[in-house]
Write a protein that binds this ligand. Structure first.
Ligand SMILES: [Zn+2]
Length: 164
């Protein structure tokens, strides 16, 4: 599988111009399914991209049936949902780790629109798998055991759910 990064429309706006070459390569993961890897050595706080995908307003998102798509959903604090399985970019392939080398946080793009911004937490070697702490919030009564983690980190907390 190949993925071009950054997406053309972001490149035209100048996002990532300072990066030189695309930071993310997509390939088979040692952790889970498909993963994202550093295409070159990345310094700490390297901008990796925004989480792209189809956007659903909060009210519509709350009424949707998301069976089978949960892997690629990201919810903004407004309740708006971004479905990375529809028009998403390489950032959707970052797997979870309890000891991540990247972070994703809510920010605004240049148009003032809320986005999830991905960046490295520390220097990452070329070829290293990129990961974030999903810190999932379950509001449906799910328990930690419903979202088991097998990231293999020494400090693995055993679940994808956020710590209490
Ligand atoms: Zn873990």
């Amino acid at each position: 599988m190949n993925a071009s990064f950054p997406p053309q429309h972001l490149a035209k706006k100048g996002y990532g111009k300072q990066m030189g070459t695309a930071p993310i390569r997509v390939g088979p993961s040692g952790v889970h399914g498909t993963g994202a890897f550093a295409a070159r050595a990345l310094p700490a706080r390297t901008f990796l991209g925004f989480y792209e995908g189809r956007r659903y307003p909060a009210a519509q998102a709350a009424a949707m049936q998301w069976d089978g798509q949960l892997t690629y959903l990201a919810m903004l604090s407004s309740g708006e949902v971004i479905d990375g399985s529809d028009g998403g970019n390489a950032t959707r392939f970052l797997n979870h780790s309890c000891d991540p080398n990247c972070e994703a946080f809510e920010d605004e793009d240049r148009a003032g629109r809320p986005v999830f911004r991905f960046q490295t937490l520390r220097a990452v070697a070329a070829g290293e798998e990129l990961s974030v702490d999903y810190g999932l919030e379950a509001d449906d009564g799910s328990t930690a055991a419903d979202y088991p983690c097998r990231c293999g980190a020494a400090n693995c907390r055993g679940t994808l759910l956020a710590p209490d």
